[in-house]
Structures are given as C-alpha cells and as structure tokens.
Write a protein that binds this ligand. Sequence first.
Ligand code: GRF
Length: 233
Amino acid sequence: MRSRIAVLASGGGSNLQAILEHFEWLGDRRGGDVVLVASDRSDAGALERASRRGIMSTVHSTPKRPDAVKLGDLLDQHAIELVVLAGYLKLIPSDVVARYAGRIINIHPALLPAFGGPGMYGQRVHKAAIEAGVRVSGVTVHFVDEVYDRGRIIAQWPVPVFPSDDAGTLAARVLRVEHLVFPRVVDAIASGRKVLTAPASAADAFIDARPAFTLLSHEDSRLAENIELAFGC
Ligand code: GRF
C-alpha cells in the first residue's frame, strides 16, 4: 500500500517537482503518491506545478486567512498519511504536529542544528553560513515537531562552501543536492523503510540503524588516506 502524501510549500516548489519526477521514475516501486499540495500563499509556484500534473492543490487557512479550510481538516479530508514540508515557511499547528508525529518531515538547506531556527530561511541561511566561515554546509531532512528546525534528524548530506561563494551560488549548489536527497528520503519514509521509534538515544532513533544516509560508511578503511590526500600531506 502506498502512503497518501501531502506536500506543503510556500514558494517555487522545485523540491516538490523533484519528488514528483523521482516518483515517476520509480514507477510502481514508489512508496507513496502525492495526492495534495497545499500552501499558505495563493501565489506559490508549487500550486501551479501541482495543477499542471492534475494534483489537487489548495490554499489553507493561516492567521491572516482565517476563512480558508484549516490545515488539520484539509489533511483529514484527503486521508493524508505523510506530510512533507518543501519550502513551507509557517509553523505547523500543534494539533497537526501531535497527530502526525513521525509522519511529518521537512528539508532545511544547511546542516542542522547550525543555521536553523526562526527567521532562518532562503538566502539568510546561506549568508549566515558564509559569514561564519564554514567550509562545509549541506542539506538536512528531519521530522517536524513544534519548534522550527528542531525535530529528529533523518538524513544529512554535506555540500562544500567555496571562498568565491555568495549566498546565491551556495544556495544553488545546496538546492541541487536537495533535489537528490529529499525525494529519496520521502520515498524511504513513505514506504516504511525508515520509521521514527521512541529512541533510547539519538543514535537509536530508527528501526533501521544502518548508516544508509551518511556519506561515509563506518567501515571506511581509506578514511585517513583520503584526509591526507585532501590536506596534501
Ligand atoms: C529549499 O531550499 C528548502 O530547503 C527550504 O526552502 C527551499 C524551497 O525551495 N526549506 P523550493 O520551493 O522547493 O524550490
């Protein structure tokens, strides 16, 4: 059985597009179907991308738009099983967070817990990373709880920061990686290959504890050699 997925997006929706294309490529092997795209903004490009593919798209209520359908009711109406935040800027109401614990995920364009939290979105994230002088930034996919960017981390992937970077060039490099990482994580959660459990410790958070979503496996016997190469030793 494939999970019924809602994607929430406030912006252009390139991650939504990447998920849809990856699912198309997976065909019958995909773990879910995007059956609803919802936004807090009527001008979100994601809504247009959804309608073009015949996916139900809608604008839900926010404090500024109290007359629209409430997010929780909308998810109920469409029997949503997994909620995917793809560039969604509003805080998720606590009733929805509670109801979807372990079934609501977000992507953030940095290696959390660095450069996250309220106000850290868009180019601000990349500007902060450059100002901090980090050499590596990256992508984080995490479960969502009631605090911005704090929920348990599912997957991370590093992206280099070059001295010539500005927020725009770094954002573009990170976004390319987002488009590869996010659809695969969405599929893993939708199909049940990754499941949030009550963890004894952070490292035990998943039933499947293999380092499937890390760049290096624990058995990398060439690690010292590669580090020496990188530093020109
Ligand atoms: C992405 O950088 C994502 O990490 C962040 O918002 C941006 C959304 O981009 N949460 P798009 O709308 O998917 O193009």
